[in-house]
Design a protein around this ligand. Structure first.
Ligand SMILES: [Zn+2]
Length: 218
């Protein structure tokens, strides 16, 4: 085998390369934000303790009708889960305003994400209920196991269904959660440093945001 380096087997090597690749990708991502912030190119950098002032404009198109609040979560990179658990400021969200037209696709996508998460949890609930029924009411479990196959519903009480349910459920919850993060107009990156980064799609909005939050004053 080509991949047999003494002491390291192919699997570990694969994990190592994959891990390094991911770290490199994240580093490039961070770097892009930092460079953008330095050049004032779509990225604004503000102190993490500040409560950022939000321009009274639409985050998407810059119109003055910004009546629909859109909450945005931050992406964390290089921050340990313990730090996040100890410090609630990492979980704080930012509320921007959007006009109806710009808010609609975000709300739709996020709603779909929540549905997907609920559907995923339902698979988990089904597994849990099956276990409870099997453990507490063996009689009815056996009756169900006898009757259900006649209606082609045998899978409902079949242990073999569970792995599929677990995989599909986990996938739906993961996908759904990812969809609830949908934020096409701004990405917030927190690397645990003294400042956090906001990358806006709209350069005019970025400038207004940066000016409101003290850029140029220093
Ligand atoms: Zn808009």
């Amino acid at each position: 085998m080509a991949l047999s380096i003494p002491g390291i087997d192919a699997e570990h090597l694969f994990a190592l390369v994959g891990g390094l690749g991911f770290a490199l990708l994240m580093w490039r991502y961070d770097n892009r934000f930092r460079k953008g912030a330095k050049m004032h190119d779509h990225v604004a950098e503000i102190g993490r303790d500040l409560d950022p002032a939000i321009p009274p404009r639409c985050l998407g198109c810059g119109s003055h009708h910004a009546s629909h609040p859109v909450k945005v979560r931050r992406f964390l990179h290089g921050v340990s889960p313990i730090t996040v658990a100890m410090d609630p400021s990492y979980k704080r969200r930012f509320t921007f305003g959007c006009c109806l037209d710009c808010a609609r696709p975000i709300r739709r996508r996020r709603r779909l994400g929540r549905f997907s998460m609920v559907a995923g949890y339902l698979f988990g609930v089904h597994i849990a209920l099956s276990i409870i029924v099997a453990a507490t009411a063996r009689g009815s479990y056996q009756a169900a196991a006898k009757i259900l196959p006649h209606y082609r519903l045998g899978w409902l009480f079949n242990v073999a269904t569970w792995p599929f349910e677990m995989i599909i459920g986990t996938f739906l919850v993961g996908l759904g959660f990812w969809m609830t993060l949908y934020s096409p107009y701004v990405t917030v990156l927190d690397t645990g440093g003294r400042t956090i980064f906001f990358r806006f799609r709209n350069q005019h909005y970025r400038d207004a945001f940066a000016e409101l939050n003290g850029e140029g004053a220093t």
